[in-house]
Ligand binder design. Structure first.
Ligand SMILES: *Cc1c(COP(=O)(O)O)cnc(C)c1O
Length: 462
C-alpha cells in the first residue's frame, strides 16, 4: 500500500494522458456549462479522500483539456512540454522550494546561476548579463523595461524608484506598429500610456521600417527607450534589430528586444542572420515555455548591465537574509518575492537536449512550417500571406462569392470542430487569416501532412 495514493494516481493519470495525447481530439470536447456542472457544485464543507479528488479531477477535467502538449496543436505559439521537463516539475513540486533567495533554497539559487550562464551562451548574449526567471515573456518585458526606465532616468539625475514617474522628465518610448500586445501591456504597467508611445510603421511582414524609425527618432529628445521585436507573433518576421540598435544607441537610447520565441533564432547559425546585431541591445525578453518546450510558466528577463536590473527589481528589507555576494538572491531580478523553482524544468531540458538537441528542435519546427506551407499553397484559392522564415504560417482562403474573410473564418471553425489539428485566427493587415504556429517538439512530417489534408478538406467542404 502506497503512503501517498494520490501521488500514484496522479502519476498513472499523467502517463495515460501523455501516452494517448497524439491520438486524441486536439480541441476541447466539452461545453463550458458541462464543465461547470461536472467540476463545480457547492463549496465543499467536509473532507474528501485525496486520491479520489485527484481521480475525479482527471476524469472530469479531461473533456475540457486542449492537447497543446501533442503534435498537432498549431494555435498561438505554445510549444509543448518535453517529458523530462514534466518529470522535473513533479520533483520540483514535491520539493516545494522557494526561489526568492539563497537561504531558502541553495539548490534553486545555484541552478538559476547555472542556467543563466547556459542560456546567455546559447543565445550569444554578453556573459555579463543578469537573468530573472519570470512567469513568461509579458513579465520579462515588464522586468526589462523597468530596468530601462530606471537607467534612462538615472542618466538625467532622476531616481524613479524613489521619486516615481509623475514629476520625472518625460521619457520617449518608441515601439513598432506591430509590437506585441504584451510589450504595450508592460509599458502601461510602468506608467507609459498606450497613447503616449511613438509607433513606427512596419513593412508587409510586420518588420519595423528603419526609414520610419529615423523620422521618429528625429522627433524625440531626452530620455529614450526603443523596443524592437524579433519574431512577430503572426509572421515570425524580425525587426532589423542591428540597424535599430545602432541608430537608437547613437541617440543614447536603451534598446529592449521582445523575442518571446524569435530570439531563439540567434542560437541557430543559419537563422541568426534574421536577428543579426541583437546581441548589442540592452535587454531581451524571451520565453522558455514556447520554443524550449518546458511547462508553463517560464520566461527569461535578460539585461546586459545588472545594475539597473537590480535597481529596478530589488526590494531590500532587514529580515530578508542576504549572504555572501555570490549567493544569488533570485528576487533581485524579478517583480515577485516568493516564487516556485521554475528553473528546475529548464535545467533538465538543457541537460537532456544539449545545444545540439535544442538547435535540432528549432530547425525541425522551421522545416515543418515550410512543409505545411508547401502542402497548402498548390490548392486553388489558398494563399500563404507571409514569407515563412521561421515557424509561423499565415493562410487565407478565397470564397467564390468574394467574401474571403468569412470563408477563412468558416475554415478555421471547421478545422477546430474536426479535431485533427487546431489552428486559430487573426486579422493580418486588414485580412482574416488562419495562423499556424509549429512549435512543439513532438510534431512530425506525418502530423503536418495529416493536418494539411484536414485543413484542405475543411476548405473543400465550404
Ligand atoms: C507570446 C509573446 C509574448 C508574451 O509572452 P507570454 O509568455 O505569453 O507572457 C510577448 N511577445 C511576443 C512576441 C510573443 O510571441
Amino acid at each position: 500500500m502506497s503512503t501517498h495514493p494520490e501521488l500514484d494516481c496522479a502519476y498513472q493519470r499523467s502517463l495515460a494522458y501523455l501516452n494517448q495525447v497524439a491520438r486524441r481530439r486536439v480541441g476541447a470536447a466539452a461545453t463550458r456549462q458541462a464543465l461547470l456542472d461536472s467540476l463545480g457544485g457547492p463549496l465543499p464543507v467536509g473532507a474528501d479522500d485525496p486520491a479520489r479528488v485527484i481521480e475525479r479531477l482527471a476524469e472530469r477535467a479531461d473533456p475540457g483539456l486542449v492537447a497543446t502538449v501533442g503534435p498537432r496543436y498549431f494555435g498561438f505559439v505554445t510549444g509543448g512540454a518535453v517529458p523530462v521537463t514534466v518529470a522535473a516539475e513533479w520533483l520540483a513540486a514535491s520539493w516545494d522550494q522557494n526561489g526568492a533567495m539563497y537561504a531558502m533554497s541553495p539548490a534553486t539559487a545555484v541552478l538559476e546561476d547555472i542556467v543563466a550562464g547556459w542560456v546567455t551562451e546559447l543565445l550569444g548574449l554578453p556573459r555579463t548579463c543578469s537573468v530573472g526567471f519570470v512567469t513568461g515573456c509579458h513579465m520579462a518585458n515588464f522586468t526589462c523595461l523597468a530596468a530601462a526606465r530606471h537607467e534612462v532616468l538615472r542618466r538625467t539625475g532622476w531616481n524613479v524608484e524613489a521619486d516615481g514617474l509623475q514629476r520625472a522628465p518625460r521619457v520617449a518610448v518608441v515601439v513598432g506598429s506591430e509590437a506585441h500586445v504584451s510589450a504595450v501591456g508592460a509599458l502601461r504597467l510602468l506608467g507609459f500610456g498606450a497613447n503616449e508611445l511613438v509607433r513606427v510603421q512596419a513593412d508587409s511582414q510586420g518588420r519595423m521600417r528603419v526609414d520610419a524609425l529615423d523620422g521618429a527618432l528625429d522627433r524625440c529628445d531626452g530620455p529614450l527607450i526603443v523596443c524592437a521585436q524579433v519574431g512577430n507573433v503572426n509572421t515570425g518576421a524580425s525587426d532589423p534589430v542591428g540597424d535599430i540598435v545602432s541608430r537608437a544607441h547613437a541617440r543614447g537610447a536603451w534598446v529592449h528586444v521582445d523575442g518571446a520565441f524569435g530570439l531563439w533564432a540567434a542560437a541557430v547559425p543559419e537563422l541568426a542572420p534574421l536577428v543579426a546585431g541583437v546581441e548589442n541591445a540592452d535587454s531581451w525578453a524571451t520565453d522558455a515555455h514556447k520554443w524550449l518546450n518546458v511547462p508553463y510558466d517560464s520566461g527569461l528577463a535578460i539585461v546586459a548591465n545588472p545594475a539597473p536590473h537590480r535597481a529596478a527589481m530589488g526590494t531590500p528589507a532587514s529580515y530578508l537574509e542576504r549572504g555572501a555576494d555570490e549567493e544569488r538572491v533570485g528576487m533581485d531580478w524579478v517583480p515577485e518575492s516568493s516564487r516556485r523553482a521554475r528553473v528546475i524544468a529548464l535545467y533538465t531540458l538543457v541537460r537532456t537536449l544539449g545545444r545540439d538537441g535544442i538547435l535540432d528542435l528549432i530547425r525541425r519546427n522551421c522545416r515543418l512550417a515550410r512543409r505545411m506551407a508547401t502542402r497548402l499553397s498548390p490548392q486553388a484559392g489558398v494563399t500563404i500571406l507571409n514569407e515563412v522564415v521561421l515557424n509561423q504560417v499565415l493562410v487565407a482562403f478565397d470564397a467564390p462569392d468574394g467574401d474571403h474573410d468569412a470563408m477563412t473564418r468558416a475554415v478555421i471553425a471547421r478545422v477546430q470542430q474536426d479535431g485533427t489539428c487546431w489552428a486559430g485566427g487573426a486579422i493580418w493587415q486588414g485580412r482574416q487569416v488562419m495562423r499556424i504556429s509549429v512549435s512543439n517538439w513532438s510534431t512530425t512530417e506525418d502530423d503536418i501532412d495529416r493536418s494539411a489534408d484536414a485543413i484542405l478538406q475543411c476548405y473543400a467542404a465550404g
